[in-house]
Design a protein around this ligand. Structure first.
Ligand SMILES: Nc1ncnc2c1ncn2[C@@H]1O[C@H](COP(=O)(O)OP(=O)(O)OP(=O)(O)O)[C@@H](O)[C@H]1O
Length: 302
């Protein structure tokens, strides 16, 4: 399959709740292997779009294809075959509170592969738990015993249970502290690279967009009004896009990314880069980066 293959194709999507039209003729393509960030003001329908693609929301009109297969109107057996190939991390992790982390990870395995024996289920769950950076003793813990960041990782472990090709993440860094959010971004990027995942990532987090997204889709006016790299989006004069990326938080995210990149270069070539890095900013490195992220969090816009 070619790298530029379209993994998700949405055409003419219309969603309504009563008199409210959320999407009106929305089109979107997600390419194989990319992390596509999905942004838009609150209530523009990012989660409804994700729910439509994964089959939890029946659109009023439109076509959706995933892996080249139409997903609307399929019989249950066909739908299951498509669903097996993706994983979903819902907002807040959506873990079953009465199940341990390991049991949560096993839910999709039991659903799609009921023939697996307990020893193999345990082994796969342990592997997924460690893969998401949780300590190996997290498996027997209940969600209530986990921090917010650990819950997100447990939700991710469950989303990865079936070795998906495609991952849906709905605001994965919401509610995490800046260091935890940056660590989750790193994990997402590492999974994309090592497993060749395609990632559909809903976020309000500008740092995440700059740090890991290959392209960004902007929802506004009931449609995807633009898709592209951040530089491509910045060239557009849509007021929401300009306000979002060029507002104070957008500028802080750019500065944060530049600092991180200068710090990384300084680490690789200490003498060569120190002068450049110190010339551009007064303090450097991760602490400064995280301080900026903390500031933007404190503004309450995340
Ligand atoms: N099941 C539902 N019934 C009625 N209205 C709904 C339903 N689900 C979503 N909506 C409405 O659809 C709109 C879009 O919701 P959605 O959750 O997709 O927004 P969003 O862009 O993800 O917002 P946020 O960034 O705040 O999470 C909202 O006005 C919401 O109230």
């Amino acid at each position: 399959m070619a790298d530029d293959e379209t993994i998700i194709r949405v055409r003419g999507l219309t969603n309504r709740f009563g008199d409210a039209t959320i999407h009106d003729g929305l089109d979107l393509d997600v390419r194989r292997g990319e992390i596509l960030g999905v942004v838009g003001g609150s209530g523009t329908g990012k989660s409804v779009l994700m729910r439509s693609i994964v089959g939890l929301q029946s659109p009023a009109e439109g076509e959706i294809e995933v892996f080249g297969e139409p997903t609307i109107g399929r019989d249950e057996t066909e739908a299951v075959e498509i669903r097996k190939r993706w994983g979903v991390l819902f907002q807040g992790g959506a873990l079953f509170s009465t199940l341990t982390v390991a049991e949560n990870v096993q839910v999709p395995l039991r659903e799609f592969y009921p023939e697996l024996d307990l020893a193999l289920l345990d082994e796969i769950a342990s592997y997924k738990v460690v893969m998401t950076g949780l300590p190996s003793d997290a498996g027997p813990k209940y969600p209530a015993e986990l921090s917010g960041g650990m819950k997100k990782r447990a939700g991710l472990a469950r989303a990865l249970a079936l070795d998906p090709e495609l991952l849906f993440l709905d605001e994965p860094t919401a509610g995490l502290d800046p260091i935890g959010a940056a660590a989750f971004d790193d994990l997402t990027k590492a999974l994309q690279r090592t497993l060749g995942l395609t990632v559909f990532l809903i976020t309000h987090d500008l740092d995440t967009l700059y740090a890991i997204c290959d392209r960004v889709a902007v929802l506004a006016d009931k449609k995807v009004i633009a898709v592209g790299t951040i530089d491509e989006l910045l060239a557009l004069d849509h007021p929401w896009i300009q306000e979002y990326f060029n507002g104070p938080r957008g500028r802080a995210a750019v500065a944060s990314k530049e600092d991180a990149s200068a710090a990384a270069q300084a680490h690789a070539h200490p003498t060569e880069v120190t002068e450049k890095a110190t010339g551009e900013r007064s303090q450097g490195g991760l602490a400064d980066n995280n301080a900026r992220r903390a500031t933007t969090d404190a503004e309450g816009n995340r």
